[in-house]
Ligand binder design. Structure first.
Ligand SMILES: [Fe+2]
Ligand SMILES: [Fe+2]
Length: 358
C-alpha cells in the first residue's frame, strides 16, 4: 500500500495537473520582444558563422536522444517526503524555464519567417529543442502522478517585454548557465552514481549540448550587432544581467539546498562553480564580466539569503498585510543595498581582447 503520509500534497487544478507555482521575482520568466526591430536586423557582419550554426541545428544531433527507456518503467514512490517535494519543484521549475524558451523561440521563428529567414529557421529549430526538453521534463513529472498544463501556462503567465538587445543578453546567459548547471550535475553523478536517484540526469550530457549551441547562437548574433556590445551602456547592462542571473540562481538554489543535498551536492559549492564558469564563458562575448572572486560578492549574496529567510518567515506569519509589509520593508531595503554593492564591485574588462581567441 502506498504510504500517503510520505507524499507531499500539491495543489491541483484538475486531478493530476499541478497548479503552477506562484510567480515571484525568482520564478522563471516568460519573454516577448519587438519583433519588427528583430526582423530588420542586419546580420551580414557575422552571417557566415550564423549560417554555420544553422547547419548544426539542421543536423539535429539529439533527434533520438529524448526517449524514455526502461529505466523509467518503475514506481518512484521510493522518492518520498521532503526529497519528493523538492524534486517535483525542480522538475516544474526546469520544465517552465524550458517551455518559456520554446514559446519565445517559436514566436520569433514565426514572426521573422518572411523578413529574416536565416534567423527565423534558427529560432524554429531551437524551439524544437526546447519543446523536447520541456516535454521530457513534463513526462518526468507524470512519473510522480503530476503534470503541468502548458497551454494554461501560455495564456496565464505575464510576459516581460525586452528590446532585442536585452533579449539577447538574457537568453544568452540563461542558455549558458543552463549548460553549466546540467553538465555540472551530470559530471558529479558520473563520479557518484549512488546519488542518481532518478534516471533523468543521465540525459543531461547530450541535453546540455543543445543549450550550449543555443548559447553559441546568441553569442554569434550579438557579434553581428557590435553596437550592442561596444559602448559604456553595454558594459553597464552586461554587469546588470550577469548579476541578476547569478543572484537569482543563488537565492533560488540555496533556498532549495535539500534538493542538491539529495544528489550529494552542496548547493552553495555547486552554484559558485556554475557562476564562475558562466562568468568565464560570458567573457567571450560580453565587454565586461563580474569579479566573482571579490570577497564582498558572496558576503552580499549571503546577506540576501538571510534577508529572504526573514521575508519568508514574515510572509508565513499571521500578521495583517499592512504589518507584514512594514516588517518586510527593512529586508527589501537591505537586499537593494547588497545588490547595489555587488553591482558596484569593479568589473573585469575583457573587451580589449575582442577579435582574439579567448
Ligand atoms: Fe533547453
Ligand atoms: Fe536552450
Amino acid at each position: 500500500m502506498v504510504d500517503s503520509l510520505k507524499k507531499p500534497q500539491f495543489e491541483e487544478v484538475r486531478p493530476g495537473v499541478k497548479a503552477p507555482a506562484e510567480e515571484t521575482i525568482l520564478t522563471p520568466r516568460f519573454y516577448t520582444t519587438d519583433f519588427d526591430e528583430m526582423a530588420k536586423m542586419d546580420i551580414s557582419v557575422n552571417e557566415d558563422e550564423l549560417r554555420a550554426i544553422l547547419e548544426e541545428f539542421r543536423i539535429d544531433y539529439n533527434r533520438h536522444h529524448f526517449v524514455r527507456d526502461e529505466q523509467f518503467q518503475k514506481s518512484w514512490d521510493s522518492i518520498s517526503g521532503e526529497t519528493r517535494k523538492v524534486f517535483i519543484e525542480f522538475l516544474e521549475r526546469s520544465c517552465t524555464a524550458e517551455f518559456s524558451g520554446f514559446l519565445l523561440y517559436k514566436e520569433l521563428g514565426r514572426r521573422l519567417k518572411d523578413k529574416n529567414p536565416v534567423l527565423a529557421e534558427i529560432f524554429t529549430l531551437m524551439s524544437r529543442d526546447e519543446a523536447r526538453h520541456a516535454g521530457f521534463l513534463n513526462k518526468a513529472l507524470s512519473d510522480f502522478n503530476l503534470s503541468l498544463d502548458l497551454g494554461f501556462l501560455t495564456k496565464s503567465r505575464k510576459y516581460t517585454f525586452f528590446k532585442p538587445k536585452f533579449i539577447f543578453y538574457a537568453t544568452y546567459l540563461s542558455e549558458k548557465i543552463g549548460y553549466w548547471r546540467y553538465i555540472t550535475i551530470f559530471r558529479h553523478l558520473e563520479q557518484h552514481p549512488e546519488n542518481e536517484i532518478y534516471p533523468i540526469f543521465s540525459f543531461f550530457e547530450n541535453w546540455c549540448q543543445d543549450e550550449n549551441r543555443h548559447g553559441d547562437f546568441f553569442d554569434a548574433i550579438m557579434k553581428s550587432q557590435p553596437q550592442f556590445l561596444n559602448d559604456w551602456k553595454a558594459r553597464l547592462w552586461s554587469r546588470f544581467f550577469l548579476l541578476s542571473v547569478f543572484a537569482t540562481m543563488y537565492l533560488n538554489d540555496v533556498q532549495r539546498s535539500s534538493f542538491y543535498a539529495s544528489l550529494g551536492l552542496d548547493a552553495r559549492e555547486y552554484d559558485k562553480h556554475v557562476i564562475k564558469k558562466t562568468n568565464e564563458t560570458a567573457g567571450r562575448v560580453f565587454p565586461v564580466v563580474l569579479d566573482v572572486e571579490h570577497p564582498g560578492f558572496y558576503q552580499s549574496l549571503e546577506t540576501c539569503v538571510t534577508n529572504n529567510e526573514k521575508l519568508t518567515e514574515i510572509a508565513n506569519s499571521n500578521a495583517p498585510a499592512a504589518i507584514k509589509l512594514l516588517r518586510k520593508l527593512p529586508f527589501y531595503v537591505s537586499n537593494g543595498v547588497e545588490l547595489l554593492k555587488m553591482y558596484l564591485i569593479k568589473p573585469i574588462r575583457v573587451d580589449n581582447l575582442a577579435g582574439t581567441v579567448r
